[in-house]
Design a protein around this ligand. Structure first.
Ligand code: MTE
Length: 298
């Protein structure tokens, strides 16, 4: 019901989504398009082909090759789903997927996405502002950070079954400072290209933080925690010399041991592009970091 399936032609908003889908990916309209009420393009770059966005993925729970998530996530069950809201807030509890998104009109947001591995894509996400969702849970004044946790289901996620040499410590965890989480660009996504999120892209609910490296955009979220201390994220735990808590896209020098981040390859393009500070969103977000040394705080 939340998808308002088959009603898309009846609403003006959906007509916008339908046009967008036709124009973007050359995709035929599916019968179950998400009803989108608003469309925001933060870039004039054309969206990446649907096939690139849905078959070249990082979702280590399904394997580390780029094609693994699309191949191995077919049996993953994104319904029924619930999210545990915990920690320093007025309304903790276990919320169903529907409780989570029903009050929020869905928007299409076209964002650039830059992976720390040096590739990038442009994605027409469908979702709503994370900040609007978090405010419903009434964060307490000592909630300075928000932690997010991905589902742990070894029976459906093959890489979580590895007995030794696990790729990563599971479950996958990420975090944001409260002002980053409340920033209007930060998106809770439920779809892309006008349709529900494919499993390999983080169904049924994933974060999208477009000015940070892609690994901050945690997939298939089952817990949201309001905490006082900066959480330890999966990649910080794995290799702190490479991955910091902030992980803002930064083509300049940092103390991170990671190789040069000055350029990137947009999937489907031949020539490299210059990587932009904050992935091109500096006007909107640089002020969040006034007074911080972003070489140290990478
Ligand atoms: N979330 C989980 N749970 N597991 C992961 O391995 N990979 C991250 C991020 N979220 C990852 C994750 C990385 S490295 C990137 S670049 C993006 O998801 C990739 O998102 P996409 O496959 O939708 O492009």
């Amino acid at each position: 019901m939340y998808l308002q399936r088959r009603t898309f032609l009846a609403t003006a908003g959906s007509a916008i989504a339908a046009v967008a889908v036709e124009r973007f990916g050359g995709r035929l309209l599916a019968a179950d398009q998400l009803a989108v009420t608003k469309r925001i393009a933060t870039t004039t770059d054309p969206p990446s082909p649907y096939n690139a966005v849905t078959t070249f993925n990082n979702f280590y729970e399904f394997g580390s090759d780029k094609g693994d998530p699309a191949k191995h996530a077919k049996g993953f069950k994104p319904r029924p789903w619930s999210v545990a809201v915990e920690g320093a807030c007025g309304k903790p509890g276990l919320y169903t997927l529907e409780d989570i998104f029903k009050p929020h009109p869905l928007e299409e947001r076209v964002y650039r996405h830059r992976c720390v591995e040096g590739w990038s894509i442009v994605v027409p996400w469908v979702g709503f502002s994370l900040g609007e969702l978090l405010k419903r849970f009434e964060p307490a004044s000592n909630a300075r950070f928000v932690e997010f946790v991905t589902v742990k289901r070894p029976e459906e996620m093959p890489a979580q079954r590895a007995r030794f040499m696990s790729l990563l410590p599971w479950p996958y965890r990420e975090g944001l400072r409260m002002d980053e989480a409340l920033h209007p660009l930060t998106l809770m996504a439920v779809g892309l290209y006008g349709e529900e999120l494919p499993n390999q892209n983080g169904a049924p609910l994933r974060l999208v933080v477009p000015w940070k490296y892609g690994f901050k955009s945690i997939k298939s979220i089952v817990a949201i925690r309001f905490v006082e201390k900066q959480p330890v994220t999966t990649w910080m735990r794995q290799a702190p010399e490479y991955y910091g808590f902030y992980s803002n896209v930064n083509p300049g020098p940092t103390y991170s041991t990671f190789r040069d981040q000055a350029s990137e390859r947009r999937l489907g393009e031949f020539f490299m592009r210059k990587t932009l500070p904050f992935n091109g969103y500096a006007d909107q977000v640089a002020s969040l970091y006034t007074g911080m040394d972003l070489r140290q705080q990478y």
